[in-house]
Design a protein around this ligand. Structure first.
Ligand code: SF4
Ligand code: SF4
Length: 93
């Protein structure tokens, strides 16, 4: 089964501050083991399938490093439209 991407991380923007990790109600964000060009450990999503597209992580991120996508039905009532393979979605930036 292919799990659609709900949260996309721009690893070069991420400074590894951990704010999104703290705020995620599903506990599916963690700082990864990789290091970006700035010397930071970018956050990673452990379980895309558990994401509710609540957007709290993207709203919290001071570096605009996260995009959150929603299924089309919820996007209709959302803030910003975008596209993520599998249907219309919402991106919070
Ligand atoms: S959108 Fe919500 S549930 Fe999904 S990773 Fe961000 S904070 Fe967690
Ligand atoms: S809040 Fe933004 S900068 Fe901080 S760890 Fe999360 S994605 Fe990276």
């Amino acid at each position: 089964m292919v799990v659609p991407v709900r949260v996309r991380v721009d690893e070069e923007r991420c400074k590894g501050c951990g704010l999104c990790v703290y705020v995620c109600p599903r506990g599916i964000l963690e700082l990864g083991a990789t290091v970006n060009s700035g010397g930071y450990h970018p956050v990673r999503v452990t379980e895309q399938g558990l994401c509710t597209s609540c957007t709290l992580c993207a709203l919290m991120c001071p570096d605009l490093a996260l995009e959150v996508f929603r299924p089309a039905a919820r996007a209709a009532a959302g803030m910003v439209a975008a596209e993520a393979g599998g249907g219309a979605a919402v991106a919070v930036r």
